[in-house]
Design a protein around this ligand. Sequence first.
Ligand SMILES: CC(C)(COP(=O)(O)OP(=O)(O)OC[C@H]1O[C@@H](n2cnc3c(N)ncnc32)[C@H](O)[C@@H]1OP(=O)(O)O)[C@@H](O)C(=O)NCCC(=O)NCCS
Length: 431
Amino acid sequence: MSDNSAIRVERFEPELIDGVPAAATLDFLRAVSRGFHESQLDADDLGVLAGLEISDNTVFTAVYDEAAVQPSLHADAPVATYAAFPGTLNIGGGNLMPVHQITSVTVSPTHRRRGLLRRMITPDLERARESGAVFAALTASEATIYGRFGFGRATQRARFKLKTDQGVPLRGRAEGSVVAVAPAELKKYAPAIFAAAHARTLGSISATRFDVGQAAGEWADYDSLKPVPNLRAALHLDAQGKPDGFMSYLFSGWKVEPPTMEIGQMCTVGGAARRELIAYLGAHDLVEKITGRGPVDDVLPTALENARAYKATALGDHLWLRILDLETALTARTYAGDGRIVLRIRDSLGMAEGTWELAVEDSAASVRRAPEGVEPAAGLDVRDLGSLYLGGFSAAHLAGAGVLEVHDPGAVRILDSLFATATVPYCQADF
Ligand SMILES: CC(C)(COP(=O)(O)OP(=O)(O)OC[C@H]1O[C@@H](n2cnc3c(N)ncnc32)[C@H](O)[C@@H]1OP(=O)(O)O)[C@@H](O)C(=O)NCCC(=O)NCCS
């Protein structure tokens, strides 16, 4: 095995030449699917995927090993991949902030644990911060990878199953109506619904062209970019007839017991659309179970006559947040009340390192470096500030977990009176 002396790092934008991915783009996309143990993509899939990356304004970072020779794949292909694209994050109060989204992180088994991830992510986060991104975000394949780079668990997501053999009777009155539509119709309606849901959902991230196409059945997932022939879809219309939610779903097949509908993409602007779309799905004859994903404080169990028909089958971290620009992040946030606190933040990458004073007065926040000699009331790593920031984890929770150091006995109460949020943050986007 070679050492790192022949390692070359390149950043480039994906490229299609006459509809065909350029060689470096092709090698990059193939390396990513190898890294995630996915099936090999054919030429059509690779073309579609390259087009999606281009429409997201993704920038690739590829690492090559100049010492690799034939027949090693790495004679041409990268030994490590990393990609990032811009989006927005809802930080509450209807405020959408620029976020640097990281994806496609893979390192070949021949080159793992030699610092290649560190070599890709550290300068990329620096660059993102310099170009004005306030946050970086990702979803993690393993919970042990990104904390060291300042990412903390910020939102969680539940998987659920719902028994529907008796239908899905709801306790409240029906609001609006549900219409069955061809999945392709969602190309027209999903973008506005995604945008409206993003605007009012704390913790949500802007949807991409991939999300819209997946909802509309243009492709199944990143490992199959072919149309999905057995996808079905429905739209919810509010009382004024305006679309405010959609769902696409698949029948699991007659070999699955009990017969099940799997929800693919679902996005709703409010609880009524979520309840009514689920009730519609539960009204399908021959189906006894629905599976899907949703927020940890899903309205469904409360909405149902039979709350126990709903069962969360998994609960896990979803969005990992990294605060790149602490002053902007803390100043832009809305707070539950007024108050003042001095915090010591540790950041191994240095970006948020220091002792900071946060003051909220008449709902307006100001942040500055604490004057010399002022002692912090509490201390935490920037990754844990990422967990506190969107309201997904309280200061009391972080202190109980031993990751918030409390120097002043009132610190937890002050932090929670500031950072508490009216809703639990939820990000449905996968990236
Ligand atoms: C996760 C992955 C990208 C790590 O790449 P890598 O080049 O081996 O990581 P590095 O050598 O740069 O490691 C950087 C640090 O993270 C640690 N680390 C890396 N991967 C880790 C893991 N899976 N679990 C625990 N620690 C990990 C290293 O020990 C090292 O620690 P240190 O610098 O503090 O001593 C690589 O293992 C991989 O491709 N995994 C499969 C695909 C995947 O899961 N990608 C992530 C998608 S979100």
